[in-house]
Design a protein around this ligand. Structure first.
Ligand SMILES: Nc1ncnc2c1ncn2[C@@H]1O[C@H](COP(=O)(O)OP(=O)(O)O)[C@@H](O)[C@H]1O
Ligand SMILES: [Mg+2]
Length: 251
């Protein structure tokens, strides 16, 4: 079967600064994969590139063996918390409903089955009692669970979640993790950006460790060696800082 994601010689710049440098790796289907690296490593940029939001400078990728355009309805995305406009007036129900439109297209009528799926997904994430509340009124953990409900309603094949556990209470973290593991158990592919090293070994089957450059990709137990983690997190001046310094010097 085609991998969930296959990345080949991917280089991404913002202006003249390289943020991702010559990455090649693949993530098989049906695993819970973590994209791991320190702040500024390029993790969010990698997800946004895969979602077609940032064009690569060099190289490219295949998703489920296809081009992005061919599979876009099959991909559900939960953005990083800081990237969302929380003042946007939308209720929990309406947010979950957007998952159905992502699957069906904007101008389709929702059926009884769609509405049942929305209710069921809100139930799963423990937000049935909050469906008429605006998302801006919710706690961080509830907000993440509302986005997860939207992803569940979309019934995608591939789920990309950017730091779903950050700013989230312990109970929400356990709920989110349980639901994600169920999704993987049902054969879905889930890729999570994560920076907390304490939980990384417990959460993920597969790991992509990076800091601008790829440090390792593969089974979690193989990649998460102390030497690799030292390379990713341990340097006082990260490869990125060095790259930025060099690019500033030569600018
Ligand atoms: N829109 C942008 N324009 C310019 N630089 C950016 C932009 N977004 C992120 N960066 C820079 O790219 C680097 C990687 O950012 P990001 O992908 O958000 O890292 P991570 O998610 O691993 O913390 C950082 O140095 C960040 O400051
Ligand atoms: Mg990020």
């Amino acid at each position: 079967m085609d991998p969930a994601i296959e990345v080949l010689s991917l280089t991404v710049h913002y202006g003249t600064s390289p943020v991702l440098w010559d990455l090649s790796f693949s993530i098989p289907r049906g695993v819970l994969a973590g994209i791991i690296g320190p702040n500024g490593a390029g993790k969010s940029t990698l997800l946004k590139t895969i979602l077609g939001l940032i064009p690569p400078a060099v190289g490219g990728f295949r998703i489920l063996g296809k081009n992005f355009e061919q599979v876009r309805t099959q991909i559900a995305y939960v953005p990083q918390k800081g990237a969302v406009d929380w003042d946007f007036p939308i209720t929990v129900y309406e947010l979950a409903e957007m998952g159905a439109y992502a699957r069906l297209g904007l101008f389709r009528r929702l059926t009884k089955d769609d509405r049942a799926l929305i209710i069921d997904s809100l139930n799963k994430v423990g937000l049935s009692d909050f469906q008429n509340r605006e998302i801006r009124e919710l706690s961080g953990g509830q907000q993440q669970r509302a986005f997860l409900a939207r992803a569940l309603v979309q019934q995608a094949e591939l789920y990309l979640l950017d730091e779903p556990f950050s700013g989230v209470d312990h109970a929400s973290e356990e709920t989110i993790l349980r639901i994600i593991k169920e999704m993987v158990g049902a054969g879905k592919s889930v890729i999570i950006v994560h920076h907390d090293l304490e939980t990384v070994k417990r959460y993920f089957d597969w790991v992509v460790l990076l800091n601008t450059r790829l440090i390792g990709a593969g089974a979690a137990s193989k990649v998460l060696t102390s030497s690799n983690l030292q390379k990713a997190y341990g340097q006082q001046f990260t490869i990125l800082a060095e790259a930025l310094r060099l690019s500033q010097e030569t600018a």
